[in-house]
Design a protein around this ligand. Structure first.
Ligand SMILES: C[S@@+](CC[C@H](N)C(=O)[O-])C[C@H]1O[C@@H](n2cnc3c(N)ncnc32)[C@H](O)[C@@H]1O
Length: 203
């Protein structure tokens, strides 16, 4: 319901755009953080039938549901809070790491939430692709339904994005990564970036 009704009508972002965003960036050595129901990961189609796929979430029920849904890929599941350092995941770093629809759930402003980018460092190496999407407040004023629904969802603590702004997301990415891209679709910010090598940081 959220994906097919709320996403296009309230957020102004068609689910197919998010599926395409996955397809553009997901690899066959992938960690997904904040899996929810696994809808987008299921629909995007991984580049290999036998990927290394790690599902990471705070909630056991989300991990169980998504692992069942994606059982064809034989995923591993890890109960972790991304507000703390995400370590002790066996098998070494990943080629892609996604933070899809999780940042707008975290409490605080984007400057505070940006610690998640540091906390996921153990999952990455130079060249790892980071991508995801998050609801920012910048696009909220554009539509009457968004002006109603966003404050309500914030009050109900379903999301916490009243202080999440595109400029802060851009700053959080560009101070840590290279090849940073952000596209605002409705009020959904689709982002991607690459973990730099030491040499590219010095440049
Ligand atoms: C809105 S759902 C996003 C689901 C899915 N990725 C999508 O794109 O529709 C947010 C997910 O993030 C998880 N989550 C929220 N806070 C978290 C935290 N601090 N650490 C890890 N996972 C968290 C929730 O349990 C939930 O599965």
């Amino acid at each position: 319901m959220i994906v097919n009704l709320v996403a296009p009508r309230v957020w102004g972002c068609d689910p197919d755009i998010l599926i395409d965003h996955y397809r553009d960036h997901v690899t066959s050595n992938h960690a997904d953080i904040g899996v929810g129901t696994g809808f987008f990961l299921d629909r995007c189609g991984l580049p290999s039938a036998t990927p290394r796929l790690a599902l990471i979430d705070l909630q056991p029920n989300c991990l169980e549901h998504t692992a069942r849904r994606l059982s064809r890929y034989r995923p591993s599941t890890y109960l972790r809070d991304v507000l703390s350092r995400v370590d002790e995941i066996p098998g070494g770093p990943f080629d892609s790491v996604a933070l899809p629809g999780i940042i707008h759930c975290l409490a605080g402003d984007l400057t505070f939430k940006s610690r998640v980018f540091d906390n996921i460092a153990p999952l990455t190496r130079p060249g790892t692709k980071l991508f995801g999407y998050t609801l920012v407040y910048d696009g909220v004023r554009q539509s009457a339904s968004r002006r109603l629904v966003h404050p309500l969802l914030n009050r109900l603590r379903v999301i916490d994005n009243a202080n999440d702004h595109l400029g802060d997301l851009r700053h959080a990415l560009s101070t840590r990564y290279i090849d940073c891209n952000i596209q605002l679709v409705g009020c959904m910010a689709l982002f991607s970036a690459v973990v730099p090598t030491a040499a590219s940081i010095r440049r």
